[in-house]
Design a protein around this ligand. Structure first.
Ligand code: TRP
Length: 336
């Protein structure tokens, strides 16, 4: 059985981009039944930028409940909070000692984030990819489903694992990224050159998973397009980025490919297409929102799932950590 692992940061409300680009694909893999899955809320990662404690708590539970609402909690799989498994931070420290400054300095996400906000850059933001490597390697993951923006972090993880294995012998499995074609990169509805993100100052740029149907429709109707007026995916033309993004969203929401979509809307304008796209998103999110509402009233159940999952996670991660400590030359501790 192969092992799958992934996480989402707890730094804001989840968007349609998180769902179509990540959680929906995790569910497909999970339902497949051929994988042991570990999905977590990356709360340790989220404090790389300052968080309000009450909001962090609220968001963390919201994401956990959404994981459950999406059906990720069934069967043998574990969904947990990263901070409930101390092995992530412990292994993160070790791996940081096998990762060079130069490698971390090349991370484009760090360059982007630090460029915007020179004064508030913490060393945690800089070493964030090391913690991410620890998340993955602790579970000996085979496959890591992530959005395209995380590919570079995954490559770093592989480099560090290969380096460690080279020094100490086979310790870590080398993970493969799993980047879905469609829906991998959902862009802002207002500025399609940027990833759809909850940190966008313009709330019309993103759709939240818990947005109400009329809000969703309003945001889709306001999405930027162009004056061509033809519903056809056209990667060549940068002016068409807005409509391309809407077509990608519609495709990910309905499972229709670009060809089918072009055919469906031949001779029809953007108005008709936006109406259909809005309805498709509302339909995709309706069962999720309904289940979320139900689970929000069953906090005991949610708690029981993440508590049991964290136990399983600590046990699995501890196996790797103990092996790593022994190989490095640390004195084994006596359990008494
Ligand atoms: N860095 C990821 C993001 O921002 C979240 C994450 C943390 C993650 N640890 C991970 C994803 C391990 C996959 C595997 O989206």
């Amino acid at each position: 059985m192969q092992t799958i692992l992934s996480g989402v940061q707890a730094s804001g409300h989840l968007t349609l981009g998180n769902y179509l680009g990540a959680i929906k694909n995790w569910r497909e893999l999970h339902k497949d039944g051929r994988y042991r899955c570990w999905f977590f809320v990356a709360d340790l990662h989220s404090i790389t930028v300052r968080q309000n404690p009450a909001e962090l708590r609220e968001r963390s539970i919201e994401i956990m409940t959404l994981y459950l609402a999406a059906g990720l909690g069934q069967g043998e799989n574990s969904i947990f909070f990263q901070s409930h498994v101390p092995q992530h931070a412990e292994l993160g420290w070790v791996l940081g000692c096998y990762c060079n400054l130069g490698e971390l300095s090349r991370m484009t996400q760090f360059k982007d984030k630090s460029g915007k906000n020179e004064a508030g850059i913490t060393s945690g933001l800089f070493t964030y990819p090391v913690l991410m490597a620890a998340d993955i390697l602790a579970y000996q993951a085979d496959l890591v489903p992530v959005g395209a923006d995380q590919k570079q972090h995954l490559e770093l993880c592989r480099d560090v694992a290969v380096r460690f294995n080279g020094i100490y012998g086979e310790t870590f499995k080398i993970p493969e990224p799993f980047i879905p074609k469609e829906g991998a990169r959902i862009m802002s509805l207002q500025d399609p050159s940027m990833k759809m993100s909850k940190s966008d100052p313009n709330s019309n740029g993103y759709i939240l998973l818990l947005d109400k149907p009329d809000t969703i429709m309003k945001k889709i109707k306001r999405a930027v397009t162009d004056s061509v007026g033809e519903v056809r995916f056209d990667a060549e033309n940068p002016e068409r980025a807005g409509i391309n993004n809407l077509i990608s969203i519609y495709s990910a929401a309905t499972g229709k490919d670009f060809e089918q979509i072009a055919h469906e809307f031949e001779g029809k304008g953007y108005g008709a297409f936006k109406q259909a796209a809005g309805e498709a998103i509302i339909d995709v999110l309706a069962p999720l929102q309904e289940e979320y509402g139900r689970l929000s009233n069953d906090k005991e159940y949610v708690r029981s799932v993440y508590t049991k999952s964290a136990e399983q996670a600590r046990e699995a991660a501890q196996k790797t950590l103990a092996d790593v400590y022994e190989r490095i030359g640390f004195i084994p501790k006596e359990e008494r």
